[in-house]
Write a protein of this length. Structure first.
Length: 395
């Protein structure tokens, strides 16, 4: 898709409320950095929970109302919203509700901002038809557009930094860089024939059975678990009631049979990418880590964000079907059964065995999948859409 560079916005406000976890702020922060650093746009990121933000950005100060981090102006979005001039491009992340005073100010601008609701990611077919749909404001002369990330050319694509794949390739071709990474997170050197797995997930009923299958399996497995919600279950598997107790005793590695588990600190987004690049298989969750695992070009197992009405299983199925195109029947089934079992539908031990047996094909497929996706760049699509809306208004 061609870009109309000189009609890109000069300023952008991104609004983010943290529902729970790190996905909302993770995506917003990634997009903010990309617009600021790759497209020279003055970006203000408004976030209601600076503590969550500070987990993703080490230079952030969780008590500062205003600060500049990596070229982005980060503002605390508190109850009393200040009177500010709206930006040319306004992005509300995941349908968070903009401050009323800000919307009024948007409506009062001579040149109305382009207003987008950046939606959640889904591989479901209906997204193709919903992407870019307008939603006129009931009272003010403003139109909000739905902007859907996605996997097909009819969606807004995925967030991908300009140099990410080149950095990934350089890292994956460089054993010294990989060894330096493992050392930096306190991990031992790789042994020939061992399998490195990262495990980022929600609480999950299948954890104990999977760990048991790994412990009893023929392949030595080193599993890296970033600190987070699944850790108490992992600790319980090793017979420890509380993870906190373990940390105070300075223990962060467990071994049973052929399985070694190492707890990793929650690292910055860039370093999390390196973990994904360095592992052979990645267990990821939610939205953003799932996309990053895809860019890693490695097989991945997705723990989808659970929704009360169970609709998440349709989303899971939709990505499994799309992702699996081009796989042999056996590998397709192995991948799908593994995803299903990890999300509570099926026997995880046998699913893992079948999955591991297909690893060579799944490896190749993961690289080919990246080739299919990389030209559909969300930030570029979003800026092109901004230009198109601007041109339509000019007539
Ligand atoms: O944290 P999540 O579970 O977020 C979820 C989902 O986005 C979900 O769709 C949304 O509805 C819900 O929140 C409210 O998973 P996700 O999306 O993978 O976000 C995790 C972020 O944390 C991602 O940007 C990667 C980052 N991360 C690090 O920076 N360092 C780490 O060590 C780890 C493990 C993750």
């Amino acid at each position: 898709m061609t870009s109309v560079i000189n009609s890109y916005p000069k300023t952008c406000d991104i609004f983010c409320t943290v529902v729970d976890n790190y996905g909302d702020i993770g995506v917003s922060w990634r997009l903010a950095r990309q617009l600021a650093n790759e497209h020279d746009i003055r970006v203000r990121l408004w976030v209601d929970d600076l503590r969550s933000f500070a987990k993703l950005c080490s230079e952030a100060n969780a008590v500062l109302d205003e600060q500049c981090c990596r070229g982005v102006e980060v503002r605390h979005w508190g109850k009393a919203f200040p009177a500010v001039k709206p930006a040319g491009l306004v992005i509300e992340a995941f349908a968070c509700k903009l401050p009323e005073s800000y919307v009024e100010a948007m409506g009062a601008q001579a040149h109305k901002p382009v207003w987008l609701n950046l939606e959640y990611l889904s591989a479901e077919e209906w997204v193709d038809g919903a992407h870019r749909l307008p939603s006129p404001h009931q009272r003010l002369p403003l139109v909000k557009y739905f902007f859907f990330p996605g996997f097909t050319g009819k969606t807004g694509g995925l967030l991908l930094e300009r140099d990410l794949l080149a950095r990934r390739d350089a890292f994956q071709a460089d054993p010294v860089a990989q060894q330096a990474f493992w050392e930096s997170v306190g991990m031992p050197e790789r042994m020939k024939g061992d399998l490195r797995v990262s495990l980022f997930s929600y609480e999950n009923k299948a954890v104990a059975d999977l760990l048991e299958a790994w412990a009893q399996g023929a392949t030595p497995i080193v599993c890296c678990v970033p600190e987070g919600r699944v850790l108490p279950q992992v600790a319980a598997f090793f017979g420890e009631a509380s993870f906190d107790k373990l940390r105070t005793n300075g223990v962060d590695t467990w071994q049973r049979g052929n399985l070694r588990v190492q707890v990793l600190p929650f690292v910055e987004q860039e370093r999390y990418d390196e973990l994904l690049w360095a592992c052979d298989v990645n267990f990821v969750r939610g939205e953003d880590s799932c996309v990053r695992a895809q860019w890693a070009g490695k097989p991945f197992v997705w723990h989808i964000y659970p929704q009360h009405d169970g609709v998440h299983m349709q989303k899971l199925q939709a990505l499994s079907t799309l992702y699996g195109k081009g796989l042999s029947e056996k590998a397709y089934q192995a991948n799908e059964n593994m995803w299903l079992a990890w999300n509570g539908d099926g026997d995880i031990a046998s699913a893992w065995q079948a999955y591991a047996a297909q690893r060579i094909e799944l490896d190749h497929h993961a690289r080919a999948w990246v080739d299919q996706l990389e030209d559909n760049n969300l930030a570029l699509n979003l800026l092109d859409f901004f230009s198109q809306v601007g041109r339509i208004r000019a007539f």
